[in-house]
Design a protein around this ligand. Structure first.
Ligand SMILES: Nc1ncnc2c1ncn2[C@@H]1O[C@H](COP(=O)(O)OP(=O)(O)OP(=O)(O)O)[C@@H](O)[C@H]1O
Ligand SMILES: O=P(O)(O)OC[C@@]1(O)O[C@H](CO)[C@@H](O)[C@@H]1O
Length: 303
């Protein structure tokens, strides 16, 4: 079974407006609410691609109820720890020119609830994948990532890490099956500029030396690279019209896992993951299977 874990979920409030001007009243053209947070997005993408998963993490309040109801409607298994404070709301503003995001910091999670999540992860076995994605809420420290990663390592659970944290390097000794920093995150982790695919490949190889088993660096409109001990590959995106890139990285992870689960083939999974990322960038919500299947042959992979 694939488990996703979102420690800091969100309701994503997506706004489309002609322009966004600070210090004045802006009226919007279009709005939508989505259950958000990186692990939750991975579960939603997996479901869209026909693969079941269970979404774990913390949710609470009226926003938590919204997330739970939407995931239930979509037929996604959930096993959240439910707390009292409302889950945060993240604003995603799209104008004709650019995308702007305003993410909340997150709810406060008491220690007893943190312990309840640990108990759920205790149940995982070596047949499972555990996708630990997204930021930490303010009341939880980096040790929590360490604790969950160590548990996966001990039990032989395949750990996938997509955390926007410069200390990701400190988790690589737990031998994650896959990590997926984006270009900016890779720069931060390695404390050097990453501008090209060649530089990203070099950087990813350093992360393999630290213990990561497979590394994908997502590079937005420029595509992505894949590195493991056996080979490296570059991917170019298919062409299309950008609608909203929110969740494109999570879609890459979801698409990769959906394909790898069936084929055990890294290159095929990488190609399908990139097609999923692009299909999300070309739609308002997360990618749907038809769109991914249409794009996959247009993703150019070079080993
Ligand atoms: N403008 C775009 N056109 C085509 N494909 C895109 C575009 N933006 C993203 N993608 C695809 O989606 C993948 C992931 O995107 P990106 O690198 O922006 O992830 P991210 O920064 O982790 O995003 P998020 O945090 O919103 O999930 C890219 O590697 C690419 O394949
Ligand atoms: O604040 P974090 O946890 O880093 O990211 C949260 C978030 O921006 O990531 C997802 C897209 O990847 C959105 O659904 C969500 O709002």
């Amino acid at each position: 079974m694939i488990y996703t874990c979102t420690l800091n979920p969100s309701v994503d409030y997506q706004i489309e407006t002609k322009q966004l001007e600070l210090g004045t009243l802006n009226r919007v053209q279009d709005t939508a609410f989505y259950p958000g947070g990186k692990g939750i997005n991975v579960s939603r993408v997996l479901k869209n691609l026909g693969v079941d998963s269970t979404a774990l993490g913390f949710i609470g309040g009226f926003t938590g109820t919204f997330i739970l109801e939407r995931l239930n409607e979509e037929g996604i298994n959930t096993d959240f720890v439910i707390h009292d404070e409302p889950t945060r709301i993240n604003m995603k503003v799209k104008t004709a020119k650019e995308e702007t995001e305003v993410n909340g910091s997150g709810a406060s999670i008491p220690k007893t609830y943190q312990e309840q999540l640990i108990q759920k992860v205790e149940e995982l076995t070596a047949d499972d994948y555990f996708v630990l994605s997204g930021s930490l809420p303010p009341s939880i420290s980096f040790d929590f990532y360490e604790k969950l990663s160590a548990m996966c390592d001990e039990k032989g659970v395949s750990l996938i890490l997509d955390i926007p944290n410069r200390s990701l390097k400190d988790l690589l000794s737990f031998r994650p099956f896959l990590i997926k920093p984006n270009q900016a995150e890779l720069s931060e982790i390695l404390e050097k500029e990453i501008n090209t695919k060649e530089e990203a490949i070099k950087g990813a190889k350093e992360l393999i030396q630290f213990g990561a088993r497979n590394v994908i660096v997502s590079m937005g409109a420029e595509g992505a690279i894949f590195v493991n001990e056996q080979f490296t590959a570059k991917a170019e995106n298919p062409t299309g019209t950008l609608k909203s890139s929110v969740g494109a990285g999570d879609s890459l992870v979801g698409g990769f896992l959906a394909s790898y689960n069936k084929s055990n083939d890294f290159l095929e999974a990488f190609q399908y993951g990139v097609a999923s990322g692009s299909a999300t960038a070309f739609s308002n919500d997360l990618c749907k299977k038809d769109a991914v299947d249409q794009l996959v042959s247009q993703v150019l992979i070079k080993r």
